[in-house]
Design a binder for this molecule. Structure first.
Ligand code: FES
Length: 164
């Protein structure tokens, strides 16, 4: 039997690119909200670079995709409007600020990562169009591939808050 053709289940493992809009609709600082293969994602252009991240917050299903952008340790973060978690738009890391006991008082210390909590996806431009390639097709990735935002990624109730 030929081994050149992947089995249907295998070919599903590699998501194909999806066009999500024209480049002109996403200038510097702007974003596109899209539903790709049922998954809600946000595409954002910052400092000329595109990034794509799950639009629904891993924490409690908040509309992360519409959050403000802030700089944390030189990294661009999207701030969830619900509980103000700061998520790195390129890596999906969730940051927290440490507390330090100094001069008899608790004071805010440095920012650190809790690890990747929000899934990110590949995005690029070609011929005046913006494309997204999901980092997984799976609705329930296996334990090793699971990212916490997978749990909300397809939720219509939450996702519609990001699209509108
Ligand atoms: Fe709580 Fe986003 S839902 S920080």
């Amino acid at each position: 039997a030929s081994t050149s053709e992947p089995a249907p289940e295998e070919s599903k493992q590699t998501p194909s690119p999806t066009c999500v809009g024209d480049s002109v609709t996403c200038p510097e600082g702007a974003r596109l909200q899209a539903k790709v293969e049922g998954r809600y994602v946000t595409i954002i252009r910052l400092d000329g670079k595109l990034a794509c991240i799950d639009a629904i917050c891993f924490h409690a299903g908040g509309p992360l995709g519409i959050g403000d952008i802030e700089d944390v340790n030189g990294r661009k973060c999207i701030v969830c409007p619900w509980h103000f978690y700061k998520i790195d738009v390129e890596s999906g890391d969730k940051y927290y600020q440490t507390m330090e006991f100094k001069e008899g008082k608790m004071q805010a210390g440095e920012w650190k990562s809790n690890g990747v909590r929000q899934r990110t996806h590949k995005t690029w431009e070609e011929g005046g169009k913006i494309y997204v390639q999901l980092s997984t097709y799976e609705r329930r990735p296996s334990h090793a591939d699971y990212v916490e935002s997978d749990g909300y990624a397809f939720d219509e109730k939450c996702g519609d808050r990001c699209l509108n």
